[in-house]
Design a protein around this ligand. Structure first.
Ligand code: GLN
Ligand code: ZN
Length: 807
């Protein structure tokens, strides 16, 4: 039953806007409160949120989103999934037991609760963080069992709406994660349920009851439209069949729109194509409007639009995932095709919320003006939406000026010398399959054993050592011109010396220089490569209060001069032990940058790979015997739809192999991956053909180790034995247990002992304490295994240690 509503859907809208503030105001407020709640009480966070909501609303109106409900009502503290969880009262039992009861998010108690849930307390583990679809944003995973006692907390959604209306006179549109996506993103909270197959949609009824109550409250408060985001419909792999998911969609939206006292419901599916099946399922319900992603997805089919009838559709033609100007001519075509099939009004929108892009490119006055003209950050994307909506309303002629400007800029970009450098194109075109192949694994293993002579269960770290306040201060002073180059390099050198000394004293086998010189593992390389630009204010939220400033990869990529060789050589000069050269891999460099959209990703990746290949050759010439090429983002870029995955894995694995393919047999190539859920990409990890793979593992229990063992992973692996994400120092027994388990399950000859990830966010005291235990555990298990081996030999049995053999 569709409710006729006095407020029509606006003809221009966006699905969401950056939340952290143009000058990271929210980050500062949160971190001040977390550091010193006595001086900066929770109320200061709430005040900042209210101010930001007001500024955002006024800014968006100024940019042209002038119609009622065109502006989403956001402005929550930490994460939108967590915000929806609190609106539903979904607080795990362990927090309730601590007396942290569900509370409306926009209250001091709510902020305390959000803090506990997202950061943990002395006694309680926080909610897990994981990647939001195929982006570098991380959400807090709600924990939910069918029996979880939910209770709707619509108060904050209502008060945000009212407060913004009072301050600005604008009726905004509250946003929630939709019920189906919310359930699919959630995990069971009871440990017993872990691992067991549970139906992720089992809690649907209970969850829907809360949504019904929230929608009624919003209606009572006079809210005309509510936005429910269902991006999960654009992805595969939820542990429930597609039929089951679609039937949940039908159940959910039939129920939410059955009552007369609800605001009009806009369902959005960003991050890809929902597909005809989902469109039809939604069409069967009383949903009032649908927003589709026309940046990554296709125009809905005739049949879907037919079923949708006269209800409005928002065509998301302005992409929210890249920083490039929208191809306006292309967008007008797409919108025309949508209008040809749609029976109702067509509005213009963004394909996703704009949280993945920075605020405003016009602030980047230091950027090359050509490059700047090609870029659209959030505010520019809003203007594009507004302009296209004007065209939909009054005809494309009306916006001919904007269309011509865009065409002109597009042509200038295509012919700009930086975007097409013949020598680079020739080099990538000449790459042969041989360039992606190293000598056989057996040959490499023998040559490396001969050269490195490492003990059983060798110990190493992932690369970075603590980025101390002194390092950051020196870098800031250098950037500000208060510290000259020579003094800065001296400061970095002394940090490297400190890290090498510490590792020698701790007794690690393969050392690192510690990455003191790197502000960020991608930006550091971007700054040294041709084809990249960096920004000053281009921050995007990564998780909680954490922001990153992705570089802009706009042109053909090449390496000017060696990037890492001097630092590695210096570290190596201080020790007799091997020092690993440390590089960021091509896939991760792409994943954590804003990558050009005018050349296929596979080719961009190969350009980056060739630059890294040259770097490895130079490291080898400087005497480096071990080189690590980090690919923590390999899993992150994995396409949401299964059918798209083989092509991605082909080019991503290919780029890694091109980067490492020239390394000599006796150069040991390591790679490092983190952010869990490797099971789906184990074959690809094997395809990387690295000699040693270190993985984040300690939070997954024995899952990853058992997975590697079951898959008979053929190369050396270092499943992390120390969770570096908190200052907690694991006990010797705990580390030894993990080492022993890995050695037994995988075979001791294949296992390395290392932390989960780099140590840059840790302090020195816990780093030394934990690494001391890590080395002690490796030594102890090594001795244990050797003794067993001797005993077995004496008893005439098969020796324990050679059982896993040489590949
Ligand atoms: N080498 C990097 C470091 O240690 C790896 C970081 C990562 O995996 N995210 O910091
Ligand atoms: Zn890592």
């Amino acid at each position: 039953m569709t409710v006729t509503n006095p407020t029509p859907l606006p003809s221009a809208t966006i699905l969401g806007y950056p939340r952290i503030g143009p000058d990271r105001e929210l980050k500062r407020a949160l971190e001040a409160y977390w550091a010193e709640p006595a001086r900066h009480p929770a109320q200061t966070v709430l005040d900042t949120l209210g101010d930001l909501r007001e500024r955002t609303t006024l800014r968006l109106r100024e940019l042209g989103l002038t119609q009622d409900t065109a502006v989403p009502s956001e402005g929550f503290a930490v994460d939108h999934v967590l915000d929806t969880a609190l609106a539903l009262g979904a607080v795990p039992a362990r927090f309730r037991a601590e007396g942290l009861l569900p509370a409306a998010p926009d209250t001091e108690r709510g902020i305390e609760l959000i803090t506990a849930l997202s950061r943990g307390t002395d006694d309680l583990e926080p909610l897990e963080l994981t990647k939001w679809f195929d982006t570098n944003y991380h959400y807090y995973v709600p924990e939910l069992d069918p029996g979880t006692a939910l209770r709707a907390h619509p108060e904050s959604l209502v008060s945000r709406y009212r407060d913004t209306l009072r301050r600005t006179g604008v009726r905004t549109r509250p946003v929630l994660v939709g019920p189906v996506t919310f359930l699919l993103l959630s995990r069971p909270e009871t440990p017993a349920a872990h691992g067991a197959r549970v139906d992720p949609l089992a809690g649907l009824d209970d969850v829907l009851a809360q949504y019904v109550s929230i929608l009624s409250s919003l209606h009572a408060a006079g809210v005309p439209w509510v936005q429910l985001d269902e991006p999960a419909l654009a992805a595969d792999g939820w542990g429930a069949s597609r039929e089951r998911i679609l039937s949940a969609v039908t159940t959910a939206y039939t129920r939410l729109t059955a009552l007369s006292d609800h605001p009009s419901v806009l369902v959005t599916v960003g991050y890809g194509d929902a597909g005809q099946d989902a469109h039809l399922a939604l069409a069967r319900t009383g949903v009032d409007a649908l927003a589709v992603d026309l940046d990554r997805g296709a125009v809905p089919t005739r049949a879907a639009l037919e079923a949708w009838g006269e209800r409005p559709v928002v065509g998301g033609v302005v992409g929210g995932r890249t920083v490039w100007r929208t191809n306006l001519a292309g967008a007008t075509d797409t919108l025309d095709r949508l209008r040809a099939g749609a029976r109702g009004p067509v509005a213009v929108g963004t394909a996703t919320p704009l949280l993945h892009v920075p605020h405003d490119i016009t602030r980047e006055t230091g950027l090359d003006p050509d490059v700047r003209s090609w870029v659209a950050f959030a505010d520019q994307k809003v203007s594009e939406v507004v302009e296209l909506a004007r065209g939909v309303e009054h005809g494309w002629k009306e916006i001919s000026e904007a269309l011509e400007t865009d065409t002109r800029i597009r042509e200038a970009r295509a012919t700009h010398p930086a975007t097409r450098r013949p020598e680079i194109r020739e080099r990538t075109a000449a790459v042969s399959p041989e360039d992606r192949r190293r000598p056989s694994a057996a040959e490499r293993r023998a040559a490396q054993q001969e050269r490195l002579r490492l003990p059983l269960l060798p110990t190493t770290t992932i690369g970075s050592f603590p980025q101390t306040a002194e390092i950051r201060a020196a870098r800031a002073a250098h950037r500000a011109g208060r510290l000259d180059g020579a003094a800065y390099w001296e400061a970095i050198r002394s940090e490297i010396a400190r890290a090498v000394r510490a590792q020698e004293e701790l007794g690690l086998d393969v050392l690192v220089h510690g990455e003191a010189e790197r502000n960020d593992m991608v930006q550091y390389f971007a700054e040294s490569l041709e084809g990249f630009a960096t920004t000053r204010h281009g921050w995007v939220q990564s998780y909680g209060s954490r922001c990153t400033r992705p570089s802009i990869l706009f042109g053909d990529v090449s390496r000017r001069v060696p990037i890492t060789v001097d630092w590695t050589r210096y570290a190596a000069s201080l020790t007799d032990r091997p020092v690993k050269g440390m590089l960021t891999g091509p896939v991760t460099i792409l994943a954590w940058s804003f990558v050009r959209d005018d050349v296929p990703a596979a080719e961009v990746a190969d350009q980056v790979a060739l630059a890294l290949r040259d770097e490895i050759t130079d490291l080898e010439a400087a005497g480096t015997a071990v080189v690590q090429v980090d690919e923590p983002a390999l899993r992150e870029l994995l396409p949401l739809r299964e059918t798209d995955r083989p092509a991605y894995l082909e080019w991503s694995v290919g780029a890694f192999r091109l980067a490492t393919g020239a390394a000599a047999a006796d150069t040991q190539i390591h790679t490092h991956l983190c952010y869990s859920e490797f099971e789906t990409v184990l074959d690809a990890i094997e395809g990387l053909d690295a000699d040693v793979t270190t993985l984040e593992a300690s939070r997954s229990g024995s899952g990853i180790v058992d997975g590697l063992a079951a898959a008979d992973f053929p190369r050396d692996v270092g499943p992390g034995v120390w969770d570096i994400h908190s200052p907690r120092v694991p006990s010797f027994e705990e580390v030894a247990r993990r080492v022993r388990h890995a050695a037994r399950a995988i075979g001791a000859e294949r296992v390395w002992v290392n932390p989960d990830c780099g140590l840059k966010t840790r302090g020195w005291p816990e780093t030394e304490a934990a690494l001391d235990r890590l080395v002690a555990a490796a030594v102890s298990v090594r001795t244990e295994l050797e003794r067993e081996d001797d005993d077995a030999a004496r008893a005439g049995a098969r020796p324990v240690l050679s059982s896993s053999g040489v590949a």
